[in-house]
Design a protein around this ligand. Structure first.
Ligand SMILES: Nc1ncnc2c1ncn2[C@@H]1O[C@H](COP(=O)(O)OP(=O)(O)OP(=O)(O)O)[C@@H](O)[C@H]1O
Ligand SMILES: [Mg+2]
Length: 331
């Protein structure tokens, strides 16, 4: 398990005042982040631009040192023993960094394998396996500059797996990829977690991707954790009320008014809105049976009655807006 406690990072930058002089400035990119990642789990790290996600991943992959805080990998103190930890982890970022264009796919993987000190015959076997997994066997001996974006990203994945890491950090891994490659990558991420028991930490701005892949979510804002839990926890937290869509044959304002009166006799705070020929009902109470009962009593023909399940995207947008407007009540 990876355990992170009170991680903090302050960058020092020089802000140019004019041509001759600049002033030192501190940027608190990560203020206080604590999290856990178990083997076999896919955890999402979400947040708007500049929230501190990449900085967190860079600290966890030992690329940069934290200003404060502790973190351990399977009980090993990562700050005291970064070399031990480096062997157990790897990172896959979206885009075209960390790949040498003039080298072939095979040579790139050979180079990174050598950096990890993997023994030659084992490395050869692993490269062949990985090229097969990412579907690049036929392209193994072509220079990377001849690859499409999707092919480069597949090579990134193979590179990120070269040391057979126990934990993998994915920083926006599907950025710029087409739907087919994205879907293949999703399958591969799920396979790595569920079949190979890898612990995976993923950042992404595609919330449908997070919704599909992640078992657990951490939401960061301005370097601080603002929420942690499952997708269901998050949507329940943000949308504490039930929402229903109800439509009947001949829906009109008179029906809406009657329905509103009926439902307010059960929950005084329930709301009934007339939207696009439907009644949209909001209530803290569970009202589907009461809505159906109303239709039967009024001899109405139901076209539609269902509960709206909010998406992760709606929840994150609402929560982020609430935080921006400084902690307005979430409902
Ligand atoms: N090398 C650096 N030197 C100084 N400040 C930095 C550096 N890297 C990031 N920052 C600052 O730290 C903050 C967090 O940046 P970070 O890249 O971690 O955000 P992010 O959540 O990954 O954002 P995005 O969604 O845009 O990728 C930002 O204010 C950024 O300007
Ligand atoms: Mg980032």
């Amino acid at each position: 398990m990876i355990e992170v406690n009170g991680l903090k990072k302050i960058y020092e930058v020089k802000r140019r005042q004019n041509f001759f002089c600049s002033e030192k400035e501190k940027i608190e990119a990560v203020k206080d982040i604590s999290m856990k990642l178990e083997k076999g789990q896919i955890v999402g790290l979400l947040g708007i631009n500049g929230a501190g996600k990449t900085t967190t991943i860079k600290m966890l992959t030992t690329l940069i040192e934290p200003t404060a805080g502790t973190y351990s990998f399977d009980g090993i103190d990562a700050i005291a023993h970064p070399d031990k930890v480096k062997r157990q982890i790897n990172m896959i970022a979206g885009g075209e960094r960390m790949i040498y264009w003039k080298l072939t796919a095979y040579e790139n993987l050979w180079y990174y394998g050598q950096l990890y000190g993997i023994e030659n015959s084992l490395l050869k076997k692993r490269i062949e396996e990985l090229l097969k997994i990412v579907g690049l066997e036929e392209k193994a001996n072509l220079p990377v500059e001849t690859f499409s974006k999707g092919m480069k990203q597949r090579l990134q994945i193979a590179r990120g797996m070269i040391n057979d890491p126990k934990y993998i950090f994915l920083d926006e891994p599907t950025i710029g990829l087409d739907a087919i490659v994205t879907q293949e990558l999703h399958k591969e991420i799920i396979r790595l977690a569920k079949e190979e028991e890898k612990g995976i930490l993923l950042t992404s701005h595609y919330l449908s991707e997070v919704e599909e892949l992640c078992d657990y979510i951490y939401l960061v804002n301005a370097g601080e954790l603002v929420f942690e839990g499952t997708k269901k926890n998050l949507t329940d937290y943000v949308f504490s009320k039930n929402r229903y869509v109800f439509s009947v044959k001949g829906m009109d304002e008179a029906i809406i008014i009657k329905l509103r009166d009926h439902l307010r006799s059960i929950d005084l705070e329930s709301e009934v809105m007339h939207e696009n020929g439907n009644a949209v009902i909001t209530s803290k109470a569970e009202l589907s049976a009461n809505i159906a009962e109303f239709a039967v009593n009024e001899s109405l023909i139901i076209n539609e009655l269902h509960k709206l399940e909010p998406s992760l995207e709606q929840a994150v947008i609402k929560l982020s807006k609430n935080i921006e407007s400084k902690g307005v009540d979430i409902a």
